[in-house]
Each structure stands twice: as C-alpha cells, then as structure tokens.
Design a protein around this ligand. Structure first.
Ligand SMILES: [Zn+2]
Ligand SMILES: [Zn+2]
Length: 244
C-alpha cells in the first residue's frame, strides 16, 4: 500500500507527457491512440477462422473454454509496448486511465463492452507474493479503469493465483505454456457464496498482454467448472503475432 501511495505521489511530482508525442497531461494521448494500429478482431483466436468480434469458432469451442478473445493492438507496436511497460513496471496509474480510455474508444472493443448488465470484468490475478512485491496488479488497475469508462461491473477478487511459475513470455512453446499455467488459478468460492448473483453473468477476463492465450484459457477452464457459462478475454495487446 505504501509502495502504491508512493507511486501515485510520483505521478504528481513529475510532469506527465505522452509516450508517443510528448504532449502534456497524458501518457497516451487521444491523437496517438487514433493513430495506433488496431488489432483486427475478426477471427477465431485458436484457428484463425473468420468469426465476429473474435468469437471462438464452433469447432474450437468444443476444445477450449474461452468463448471469445479480443485484443486492442499489437505488442510489436513500439508505442503500445512502451505503454504496457510503464503500466507494468513504472506503475504509473495514469497510464492505465489513458490506455483504458483508448481501448474503449476503439470501435470493436466498445461494441464488445457495451454496457451490459451481464458483463463482469475480472482481471487475471497475480500471486499475492508477486503483487505485494510490485505493489499492484496491472491487470487489476486496467480492469478497474475499463469498468469506469464502460460502466461494466468489476470483480477484482473472483480468481486467485496459487503460485508463481515462469513468466509466460519467456516460454517458447505453446504446450509448455499451457503446462506452466495449468492448475495455477482457482475461483474463490467465498467470493461466489457472498455474491451468488455472479453466476449467470458473462465473465470478461482482462489482461495486459495475450501471447498464446494459455493464461486466459486456464482461467476460463476454472470459471466454467465453477458454473459460468460464458467466458471471454480482452487484452491490451497481442504478442507473438505479426500482422499480415
Ligand atoms: Zn500523443
Ligand atoms: Zn477456431
């Protein structure tokens, strides 16, 4: 908490400037957001078949728990990479405000998040020890800000990450990535018994970067086991994927 307060304080101490153009008062200004190459959410995340707003196709739907996956931009875009780096390691809370605003203004994501009483935004959790070390979970901050701009309900405590393994981005093969995250996430039963109305809502998992999708998928698996019918994922950037 102290760490967090200190970082918020730093936001005020140093004048902020857009990471793209240097303009005051933003980390990611609306003009730079407009120029960003948006990820085209028009195919099944798993096989690439054409689908609407990143929905999983019927065939992949039999194998995978995620019903829909959307991303805002490409991690290979240097501006977006910088923004996510700031969000992760510099903990500048205003970065999240600007990023969430830009994401919500992107047509496809707005359509996807359109205030729906059935949507619940759930950040991909970090293990508690890692979160304590960093002072915050960047996916949680992003989910909170996406909830603010979209009017969707945010549930920060629905998922729990049991232990920290290797960082996903450092692992090359898809299979190893899947094994790395299997059984790492858990639905917090006490949260569900406190809020039984959550069951029956559409879960939208929020993360900063999606690579193989293994992390989101393993969250989706435990959520479906717990009774949720529809689970989607939304990330600020897709990595390991080159635009054609
Ligand atoms: Zn700018
Ligand atoms: Zn498919």
């Amino acid at each position: 908490m102290l760490k967090r307060a200190g970082k918020v304080f730093l936001d005020f101490l140093f004048p902020i400037a857009c990471l793209g153009c240097g303009r005051d008062d933003y980390y990611f200004c609306p003009d730079c957001a407009k120029k960003l190459d948006l990820y085209l959410n028009n195919s099944c995340f798993y096989c690439g078949a054409r689908t609407f707003l990143g929905q999983t196709c019927v065939r992949c739907g039999e194998k995978y728990a995620l019903d829909q996956v959307l991303a805002f931009g490409y991690f290979s875009c240097s501006l977006l990479e910088k923004i996510i780096y700031e969000l992760k390691y510099q903990s500048v809370f205003l970065v999240s405000r600007d990023l969430a605003g830009a994401m919500f203004n992107a047509g496809q994501i707005k359509e996807f998040l359109k205030k729906d009483k059935k949507n619940i935004l759930v950040p991909v959790p970090m293990s508690k020890s890692k979160e304590r070390k960093r002072g915050y979970n960047q996916a949680g901050i992003l989910a909170r800000d996406l909830g603010k701009v979209s009017g969707n309900y945010v549930c920060q405590e629905l998922l729990l990450k049991k232990q920290e393994r290797k960082t996903q981005m450092k692992i090359k093969s898809r299979k190893q990535r899947r094994e790395n995250v299997e059984n790492v996430f858990e639905v917090r039963r006490e949260e569900l018994s406190r809020k039984p109305e959550l069951i029956g809502k559409n879960i939208i998992l929020i993360d900063d970067v999606i690579t193989s999708g293994a992390t989101l998928e393993s969250c989706a698996v435990v959520l479906k086991r717990a009774g949720f019918k529809r689970v989607s994922g939304l990330a600020a950037a897709r990595a390991g994927y080159q635009k054609n």
